[in-house]
Design a protein around this ligand. Sequence first.
Ligand SMILES: [Zn+2]
Length: 284
Amino acid sequence: LVMIVPFLVLAATAVRSRAVGEDGPRDEIIVSVLDVGQGDAMVIDGPGEEAEVVIDGGPGEDLSSKVANVLGRDRTLNMIILTHPHADHLAGLADMFARYSVEQVLTTGVRYASKGYDVFLDAVSASGATVTMAVRGQVYDFGEYSLEVLSPPHAMDGASIANLNNASVVIMMTDRRTGKRMLFTGDAEAEVESELVAAGASIAADVLKVSHHGSQDASSPAFLQAVDPSHAVLSVGAKNRFRHPHLRTLKRLGRTDATIWRTDRDGTVAFHFTPQGLSVVGAQ
Ligand SMILES: [Zn+2]
């Protein structure tokens, strides 16, 4: 199946001029995959006042200024999602509680010994945000869009997990107006991908946030075939020590119909879900 979407590439300056302190067009859901180097940090900015979500916080502590570039002067975040507590997804998040009033935190509550995770958990409890443990089947309503938890299949609160990547919260965003979808995979590896395919989960999506920075342990052929994305975006640092993305993963992605976006090459990549369809803004 080849999905035909209106496709548009604008200069990065267009992103900046739009982002100076004010919301974008009121009918757009804008998903920004932030350029945070080697790690993941994404912002969903819906048309409503109550539709702002951050997924993961990247490896650095300057996240709040990058989020402010997208959200402008707004000081409320409706939800922060931590997919899993590895530092490249976590480190920027603690700082967010100083700048923003955070209403809800969605995470797994897995056990993991790290200073950064302790700091994050302390910031969460001090903030007074509602904390929910992610488990398959939960659906969060943000007006024009919804977020559905696809993984983990069972509650993981307090559990010690051998491979933390496979404890990632996997989320499907759906634009309710058009049915267009974006899949957020965290760092989930092939084991989770197979489980989702075997469970018959509805994982077809227009946009795929490629799992685990393009590691060869994720993006298995059967999974990519089931997702069948029109766009695939890799959040990855230039010349990172993990040598992500892996050449084999890029080859597997190349066999799909997806346009490939990379934060190391394209900077912050913004997916604009509009009532008319989907357009993409990157520095390319
Ligand atoms: Zn990672």
